[in-house]
Structures are given as C-alpha cells and as structure tokens.
Design a protein around this ligand. Structure first.
Ligand code: SF4
Length: 70
C-alpha cells in the first residue's frame, strides 16, 4: 500500500468507473472538487488513512481506490 512517512494513503479515482455522483466532494469536505461534468478533481489525493478508507467506502460506484504499490 502506498503511504508516506506520515501514515497517509493515496486515493485514486477510477475515471472509467466514476459516474459523477459527486458524493466524494461532499464527503471530503471540498478536498475533492468537481469539474464542469461532475467528475472529481484532482484524480489523486493523499490523506490520512482513516479518512481515505471512509472516502473510498462512500463512493456509490466503487470508483475510489487506495493506491497500492506494484
Ligand atoms: S463519489 Fe464516486 S462516482 Fe461519484 S463523483 Fe466521486 S468518484 Fe465519481
């Protein structure tokens, strides 16, 4: 799992799976914004592990993923 030294995870948007619900913008308290079509920007975001997992769980399209090392 990709984490930096502060114990943060990187949340990545699967732009194919994303259906532009916009829930992630609300749950992230504005850390994720929506473009003119309702898709999240940025498409990668680093945040605390707990917040990352909560955000991923809230996406109705399962389009948010925790980045993992290959
Ligand atoms: S909540 Fe999920 S489906 Fe909705 S805009 Fe965010 S990433 Fe896309």
């Amino acid at each position: 799992m990709r984490r930096d030294k502060r114990g943060e995870d990187e949340v990545v948007v699967d732009r194919v799976a994303c259906t532009a619900h916009g829930v992630c913008s609300v749950v992230s308290n504005g850390a994720i914004e929506l473009d003119e079509f309702g898709y999240p920007v940025p498409s990668r975001l680093t945040m605390g592990r707990r917040d990352a997992r909560e955000l991923v769980a809230q996406c109705p399209a399962r389009a948010l993923l925790i980045a993992r090392d290959r």
